[in-house]
Write a protein that binds this ligand. Structure first.
Ligand code: ADP
Ligand code: MG
Length: 241
């Protein structure tokens, strides 16, 4: 069953406050003779507006889980329901639509296009939405103002600090007004003061209702979350207390 329709609002609202509901999720990679079980039966609910961090050792399955949450991949078995839509059963086109509208991504390395200005980088995320040009410009300006970069819209990435570049990346992620922001080590390349600057921006967005799911090795980041998860050998454990 799919709840995605032609309405631009896209994903239908779930009957409960759970934004994500994962049931018995496995993800197995097959490489020639080898079978790698990256996720081995994950059950998880994440509520709308939650700030959840995912910690754990390298190879534990964090990026694999984030890719499933981000509609970039499908599980080998089990279901990944986002606001009523099972991403495990969705077509490629449906997954693409969910990614374009519902999910913002932030990466450790910022992933900005070096030849484009901050505003142009942010505008890229609106490409698939087919909005009128004036609306796009308004949204880009608002998103950059939201992360405190109203005065840096015409700067290229090399003319910005690491913290500012990551704030442009966050603006790019939120400009489409997604339900959830997924971040893989968003402060991994930043010093402490820039980390705190990014944390403040993320917490501000969460306070406005955005759901945050952040993979991090930094316990200073995890301490600020509502809920801390640990992913080890493909299994999730709650380590909030
Ligand atoms: P983490 O992000 O916690 O370091 P990953 O999700 O990247 O963990 O990886 C979990 C396991 O799955 C690791 O053993 C990794 O080598 C393997 N893996 C991840 N992606 C692939 C892939 N595309 N093909 C094969 N194996 C993969
Ligand atoms: Mg990883």
């Amino acid at each position: 069953m799919t709840m995605i329709d032609t309405d631009p609002a896209a994903v239908g609202d779930a009957p409960t406050a759970a934004l994500y509901r994962l049931t018995d999720v496995t993800r197995t990679y097959r490489q020639k003779q080898r079978v790698i079980k990256a996720l081995t039966g994950v059950g998880l609910e994440i509520g709308a507006g939650e700030f959840v961090t995912i910690q754990g050792p390298t190879g534990g399955g964090k990026s694999t889980l984030l890719q499933l949450l981000g509609a970039l991949d499908r599980p080998s078995s089990g279901s990944v329901v986002l606001a009523g839509t099972d991403l495990a059963k969705a077509s490629d086109a449906e997954l693409g639509r969910v990614r374009a509208r519902e999910i913002g991504f932030v990466f450790q390395g910022f992933n900005l296009i070096p030849t484009l200005t901050a505003a142009e980088n942010v505008d890229m995320a609106l490409e698939p939405l087919g909005l009128p040009k004036a609306e796009r410009a308004t949204r880009v300006a608002e998103a950059l103002a939201h992360v405190g970069l109203a005065d840096r819209t015409d700067h290229k990435p090399t003319e910005l600090s690491g913290g500012q570049q990551q704030r442009v990346a966050i603006a790019r992620a939120i400009v489409k007004r997604p339900r959830v922001l997924l971040a893989d080590e968003p402060t991994g390349n930043l010093d402490e003061s820039m980390r705190d600057e990014i944390l403040a921006v993320l917490e501000g967005l969460c306070a406005e209702g955005l759901t945050l799911i952040v993979v991090t090795h930094d316990s200073a980041v995890a301490r600020r979350a509502h809920r801390r998860l640990r992913l080890d050998k493909g299994t999730v454990r709650d380590i909030t207390r």
